[in-house]
Write a protein that binds this ligand. Structure first.
Ligand SMILES: Nc1ncnc2c1ncn2[C@@H]1O[C@H](COP(=O)(O)OP(=O)(O)OP(=O)(O)O)[C@@H](O)[C@H]1O
Length: 327
């Protein structure tokens, strides 16, 4: 554990935090990340609950993840896949920054873990993935790439927003367009960033990443949501071994990517499309959405049908009782 992680803020339930706008009480910890923690908080006056992301202020830290998140959330405005900013502030004396944002539900990783066989049904997996890509498309329009797409970084909404998917955590996002909206000149070599399991091949090779590399990570996320046996490299942790496996999956081991899925043509086409893009290429997101919708259609499934977690008793009432029967 680094010094920075040891210095993380640690609020007990009942802790009060005030901003210029409101006073909040910590209800409980929602989760912890590398640079801080996220708490469920309640506005003392309105009683409205929100999520508060807190980051310890450290002078030697070059890039504040929280500042990056706030900058991006402001840029995307009221996009339906982004949490709204409720409040933000800093506590100089106590030494931390905070962002209060719209509260969302469980992450896709947790929702998937709740499933009896640990994968989503085909229609849910593809429907959810479409929304995940819509979020990425919106982000790319602002000139940023995410660089850490994975099921943990997406969540469903609460109550009437349960069908809506939110993208979370822009801590390692990077600008790929300059102030003139032109593509930045790629750097000669780039350090590894992100999560080994979902990292695109360009990241393993220490080359500059662009929009198509987010799409590659997104594709691994899609497979992770629906392939019963998971990604072929899920048991590997060594970056070099994972890269080797990802490369093999473009050659002889391609079928292992889609293990257990009957309908793979459209998904395969999407992977070929993404692999065919280069750093400087634009992504045709519509092409990808169309292919995912087709993949569902040929299986007589509706990509817009209620998601697995929206159904009261998924095991008994779902049209797709178990994902072992999925296409
Ligand atoms: N708006 C929100 N509503 C509810 N839960 C949230 C919200 N934002 C984040 N969380 C939860 O808090 C936890 C940590 O969030 P997040 O990944 O954004 O933090 P992080 O410190 O940037 O993490 P990491 O270092 O792993 O990238 C996750 O479990 C996430 O689901």
């Amino acid at each position: 554990m680094s010094d920075e992680e040891e210095e993380d803020v640690n609020f007990k339930p009942g802790t009060e935090i005030s901003s210029t706008k409101a006073n909040y009480t910590v209800v409980r910890l929602l989760g912890e990340g590398g640079f801080g923690a996220v708490y469920l908080v309640q506005d003392n006056k309105s009683k409205k609950q929100s999520a508060m992301k807190v980051e310890r202020k450290i002078e030697k830290r070059k890039h504040s993840k929280l500042k990056m998140e706030i900058a991006i959330l402001k840029l995307v405005g009221s996009g339906k896949h982004f949490t709204q900013i409720v409040d933000r502030g800093k506590k100089d004396k106590e030494g931390f920054f905070f962002l209060v944002m719209e509260l969302v539900g469980k992450s896709l990783a947790d929702l998937k873990a709740d499933r009896p066989d640990k994968v989503f049904s085909f229609a849910t997996g593809l429907g959810v993935s479409c929304q995940c890509l819509e979020a990425v498309e919106e982000l790319h329009k602002t000139g940023f790439i995410h660089r850490d797409l994975k099921p943990q970084n997406y969540a469903c909404g609460l109550d009437e927003k349960r069908h809506n998917i939110y993208i979370l955590d822009f801590g390692i996002a990077r600008k790929y367009l300059n102030t003139k909206n032109e593509l930045k000149t790629p750097r000669e070599t780039v350090g590894f960033k992100g999560t080994v399991r979902f990292a695109p091949i360009a990241c393993h090779r220490n080359t500059e990443m662009g929009p198509k590399d987010d799409c590659e990570s997104w594709f691994y996320l899609l497979l992770d949501l629906i392939v019963p046996s998971g990604l072929p490299w899920r048991k590997l942790s060594d970056k070099h071994e994972v890269l080797k496996e990802k490369e093999e999956c473009r050659k002889d081991k391609r079928s292992s990517l889609f293990a257990g899925l009957r309908q793979t043509d459209y998904l395969s086409k999407v992977l070929d499309y993404i692999d065919g893009r280069a750093y400087q290429d634009r992504v045709d997101y519509q092409f990808i959405y169309k292919n995912l919708a087709e993949a569902c259609k040929v299986c007589n499934l509706d990509i817009d049908s209620p998601y697995d977690w929206e159904l009261q008793k998924p095991e008994k009432t779902s049209k797709e009782p178990t994902s072992s029967k999925m296409p």
